[in-house]
Design a protein around this ligand. Structure first.
Ligand SMILES: [Zn+2]
Length: 309
């Protein structure tokens, strides 16, 4: 685990060179050779669709091993299951997600719901509590066990490729901050499209690479093997047979089978990402950003301590 934190060392994976995981183009340029921990990690920009991706890309076996046990420790410092603060935050978020869907899809009668990459399971539990048949899966063993612990929900442990849900089964599938962790986003979206019932909705949300004030190596790290912008996320959906119903935000999109193709401008995406990420970040900007982050966190902790004490 420590080798994931020591600056300048490469991450403990071998990986393999890959074409663009969204459009298949071999045309790519190196955009960064280090990441936000100042560790060695090579990120490229696809010259056709503007996707950022790790290249070499960790193999499926390397990602599976990482997500089974390492990821939550590595990024959330959770040794066993999720902490109380994490759960409380996720429960509030689950209510907001459910309500956003209820405004766009009739949830007044029982529906079949799947959370693709369900983490500690708050959204699945919330849907179950509203009377829906709620399913989820999660590759992280400890989080999946926590998610399954509540009963009345069906949680499986493993990666998406291991799941064998019936075709045309779910009315709603959510995939929230998951796709950026996967090396085959089009395959994952195609699996969702297969499992989706006619008239159903898929809600995909990922971080927006255009949504950060500081653009450059600071945005890259091992777990996010892909970095999306709005139009290449739409392209990934289209390649899986999905059309856009609504863009809730640039990279928060409702997809459905049979929805019309959305207008996208990949050349503009490439040009903008190249211009903004290609310049790199100065060390003072990097240090300033991190100092502010550490201060903000310390203040939050202090405030939380006061409330509890
Ligand atoms: Zn591409």
């Amino acid at each position: 685990m420590h080798s994931h934190h020591i600056p300048l060392l490469p991450y403990p994976f071998r990986g393999e060179p890959v074409p663009c995981p969204v459009c298949g183009s071999e045309q790519a340029e190196v955009i960064a050779r280090i990441d936000r921990r100042l560790k060695r990690l090579t990120t490229v920009l696809c010259g056709h669709c503007g996707l950022f991706y790790s290249n070499p890309m960790p193999t499926q076996a390397e990602l599976d091993a990482y997500y089974r046990h390492m990821y939550r420790r590595d990024y959330q410092f959770a040794r066993s299951g999720p902490g109380a603060r994490h759960v409380a935050k996720k429960e509030a978020e689950a209510r907001r997600r459910h309500d956003a869907l209820a405004r766009r899809f009739d949830l007044s009668r029982p529906r079949r719901f799947l959370d693709f990459g369900c983490g500690s399971g708050e959204l699945v539990r919330h849907f179950a509590a509203q009377g829906h048949a709620a399913h989820g899966f999660e590759p992280g063993v400890a989080y999946a066990a926590h998610a399954a612990g509540a009963g009345s929900v069906e949680i499986r442990t493993g990666s998406w490729a291991e799941m064998d849900y019936p075709e045309a089964h779910f009315d709603i599938i959510t995939c929230l901050h998951v796709l950026e962790h996967l090396r085959d986003p089009v395959g994952a979206l195609a699996a969702m499209a297969r499992w989706l019932a006619p008239g159903g909705l898929i809600w995909v949300e990922v971080p927006d690479m255009q949504g950060y004030p500081l653009k450059g190596f600071e945005r890259f790290h091992f777990a996010h093997v892909l970095g999306f912008s709005s139009d290449n996320l739409v392209l990934a959906g289209q390649r899986a047979g999905l059309g856009v119903v609504e863009r809730l935000a640039p990279t928060s999109i409702l997809f459905a089978r049979g929805a019309p193709a959305a207008e996208i401008d990949l050349a503009a995406t490439v040009a903008r990402n190249r211009a903004e990420y290609g310049r790199g970040i100065s060390l003072p900007a990097y240090l300033g950003h991190h100092a502010r982050r550490v201060l903000r966190r310390a203040r939050l902790r202090l405030a939380a301590g006061r409330r509890e004490g």
